[in-house]
Design a binder for this molecule. Structure first.
Ligand code: HEM
Length: 417
């Protein structure tokens, strides 16, 4: 089956990952890709089952380091730092990190942040409108918002916002696996960014250890658990620094793309756009459909640690499995008319945020940010439409547009709903 679109980094597959996934799903739903040297899993049921399969490990950075020792030193050091993140660990290490981060997240009472996020979005939209009837919505709104939100939640002073944005950017060059050698210096840049960021967070950790505040970093330092107790082995300074970097990174580009992809999808059909604009109750369902149809993460990687079978295929320890969320989220066996935006669809059964022990810890926050940003943009930028075809970034994992040029008729519109 060599004629299948099993190289996910071709320009065609980058432009239309859903099309490639559909062909694979129909022809060979558990397909060995010689290009990626990985199994491509595209059916909803198989992806969901894989999330719960202990034979699939998330410890996917460490094997990469030992398998390819000839990588440049800078790349090794970046991977070494990333390899401690909970998203790339298995139990029991993962269980402890997740418990501590989960408790800190819970204390932040995400729903109560609605007003603050609305204020931030309104400020960004004000500035965007001041630029006239055309502009780039990624640079103006979708990109800055999540970095500001997470920086505030962690407890970083607002003056440092721009540094957060830059660090997250450098890191994305590595963690999202940019295709080819388009950016040969990416590891050096990522390393520089990471080292600066680590020094920054280390200083903030020291400040909060000395004088706790009401922020997430202080909550993680306190080591509270969701059950109300205190974790016996609290986070070390290194772990706290790593956790801050992970939260910044995991929540930044994903949320940027969630906002940008939703705007692209919803404005492609003016009738749909106007329907959602005129009925605030539809913004939530519209965002869920956008996460399903144009989710920020296309592919998640797992490392096989135990032989097993999937749809008659023998999957062996030492191999890799790519879970194609973009395939699962449009599987006709799970979703009727899978390619259609259906605002009455049963909610939240998509896998845009993953499943199982690693399911996105920031999903509630990401949904809130996306809903407020999209609802506000539709309301305040009448006639909003995208200007031109998307330039998708050639990455394996993320569905990311470098920019989102738009046209609107909203200059001068006020911020009131
Ligand atoms: C729409 C935006 C977002 C999407 C689509 C998304 C998606 C995901 C997915 C698919 C995973 C599972 C990874 C895996 O199984 O390997 C995940 C995990 C994670 N996400 Fe998100 N995410 C988003 C926003 C956020 C935000 C805002 C934060 C935090 C501020 C965040 C923090 C995390 C963390 C820390 C993990 C690792 C959890 C663990 O390993 O237990 N994410 N995310």
């Amino acid at each position: 089956m060599n004629d299948l679109p099993d190289d996910l980094l071709t320009p065609e597959a980058v432009a239309d990952p859903d099309g490639a996934a559909a062909v694979l799903r129909d022809a060979d739903p558990v397909h060995w890709s010689p290009t990626h040297r990985a199994w491509l899993v595209t059916r909803y049921d198989d992806v969901v089952a894989s999330f719960r399969n202990p034979a699939l490990s998330s410890d996917r950075v460490r094997p990469l380091m030992s398998a390819q020792r000839e990588r440049p030193a800078a790349e090794h050091r970046v991977l070494g730092l990333i390899s401690e993140w909970m998203v790339v660990t298995d139990p029991p290490a993962h269980t402890r990190l997740r418990r501590l981060a989960g408790a800190a997240f819970k204390q932040q009472q995400i729903a109560a942040m609605e007003q603050r996020i609305q204020t931030l979005v309104d400020e960004l939209v004000d500035a965007f409108l001041a630029g006239g009837p055309r502009g780039d919505l990624v640079a103006g709104v979708a990109y800055p918002l999540p970095a500001i939100v997470i920086a505030e939640m962690l407890g970083a002073p607002p003056v440092d916002r721009d540094r957060f944005r830059a660090w997250s950017d450098e890191l994305a060059l590595v963690a999202f696996g940019a295709g080819g050698d388009a950016r040969p210096d990416r590891h050096e840049r990522a390393l520089r960014g990471l080292e600066e960021m680590a020094a920054y967070f280390r200083a903030l950790v020291a400040e909060r250890r000395a004088a706790p505040a009401g922020d997430m970093l202080s909550a993680m330092i306190a080591g509270d658990t969701p059950s109300g107790g205190v974790e016996e082995h609290g986070l070390t300074d290194d772990e706290l620094v790593g956790m801050c970097a992970l939260l910044l990174f995991a929540g930044h580009e994903t949320t940027t793309n969630s906002i940008a992809n939703a705007v692209r999808l919803l404005t492609a059909d003016p009738a749909l756009r106007d329907r959602v604009r005129d009925d605030p109750a539809l913004v939530g369902p519209a965002v869920e459909e956008s996460l399903r149809l144009a989710g920020p993460i296309k592919v998640l990687v797992r490392w096989v640690v135990g032989d097993h079978e999937l749809r008659g295929r023998r999957i062996r320890a030492g191999e890799r499995v790519y879970l194609l969320l973009c395939g699962a989220n449009r599987d006709p066996e799970r979703f009727a008319d899978p390619d259609v935006v259906d605002l009455a669809r049963e909610r939240a059964t998509h896998v845009a945020f993953g499943r199982g022990i690693h399911a996105c810890i920031g999903a509630q926050l990401a949904r809130l940010e996306t809903r407020i940003a999209v609802g506000t943009l539709l309301r305040r930028l009448p006639g909003l439409r995208v200007d031109g075809d998307p330039a998708w970034l050639p990455t394996l994992a993320s569905r990311a547009q470098e920019s989102l040029p738009v046209v609107h008729e909203g200059a001068g519109a006020g911020s009131a709903p």
